[in-house]
Design a protein around this ligand. Structure first.
Ligand SMILES: O=C(O)CCC(=O)C(=O)O
Length: 286
């Protein structure tokens, strides 16, 4: 893939060593203190195989079972490859779309509330954690130039950045070619980054000043930082800081649909942002 031109929301970025490097991996059995040290250094910790693969694929299939089988190649909702036939539905995550109902389902909630995630968050906080109810579900369909814009989670949620943590969970494999998540190297340590890019950065959304930019090449050039990527497998998770810049590329030459959820925790007793205490809807404005 080296040398290929990737896009994010239609904006090109070459897949070269100037712009991309690989995320470091951490073994899930590592000591909590070591995990916290890596998190402080890197702004993220990628844990391979934290969750049983089948449990992840079960959730993927349960979500996809809310769609017509014609949406999937060979009608296979567990693999979840795009058939090419886009269903006529409300926008992703709006009322009436399966993602809206699914995040309110027992299956989704039980997955997000399994003890391993809370134990993980508590290892990061070094103390009790509470799950934040609002849990976005992302779903990217090949052939569409739609991706996550470069942003920091702290822009979207009140509270101290050290009191919240995001566990990003791909629901199924999430290779770069399917538009997986990217982290801007060491951006969590760059106190000048936001000042340097806000207002100057290209933005394709005139009415939304929360993302930093949709132009991943521009921000890499501007900050001298590379995007860190990985081919995630079902069962992997990334724990990331609310201050690290992250984004994704558009799905490329694949039929595989990328689905993921963002499970968030706050340090127990810390300031709770009331906007995050209800179930997610893509148009809730938060
Ligand atoms: O899965 C993604 O593309 C990004 C999701 C994300 O960063 C978010 O919801 O804050």
């Amino acid at each position: 893939m080296t040398g290929a031109i990737l896009t994010s929301n239609g904006k090109p970025i070459p897949f070269t060593a100037n712009y991309f490097a690989t995320l470091k991996e951490t073994d899930p059995v590592v000591e909590a203190a070591e995990m916290r040290a890596r998190f402080a250094d890197d702004g993220y910790v990628l844990l391979r195989g934290l969750v049983p693969q089948d449990s992840v694929l079960d959730v993927r299939e349960a979500y996809f079972s809310h769609f017509d089988a014609a949406f999937f190649k060979d009608g296979d909702a567990r693999r979840g490859a795009f058939s090419g036939a886009m269903p006529a539905l409300p926008k992703h995550g709006y009322k009436g779309h399966p993602a809206y109902d699914f995040v309110r389902s027992e299956k989704f909630r039980a997955f997000a509330e399994q003890p391993i995630f809370k134990i993980l968050a508590e290892a990061f906080f070094g103390g009790p954690a509470e799950r934040i109810r609002r849990t976005p579900l992302r779903h990217f369909v090949p052939g569409r130039q739609v991706a996550s814009r470069a942003h920091m989670d702290r822009t979207y949620m009140d509270g101290m950045p050290t009191d919240t943590v995001t566990i990003w969970v791909p629901l199924g494999d999430s290779p770069l070619v399917a538009g997986s998540l990217l982290y801007l190297e060491d951006s969590h340590q760059d106190e000048n980054l936001e000042r340097a890019v806000r207002d100057a950065a290209p933005m394709d959304r005139a009415n939304d000043n929360r993302p930093l930019t949709h132009d991943l090449k521009w921000i890499a050039d501007q900050t001298g930082r590379r995007w860190l990527s990985a081919d995630f497998k079902a069962g992997d998770v990334v724990v990331h800081s609310p201050t690290i810049v992250h984004a994704s590329t558009d799905p490329g030459n694949t039929d595989y649909m990328r689905v993921s959820m963002d499970i968030r925790f706050r340090r127990a007793g810390s300031l709770a942002d009331p906007r995050w205490d209800s179930d997610w809807a893509a148009d809730d404005g938060y």
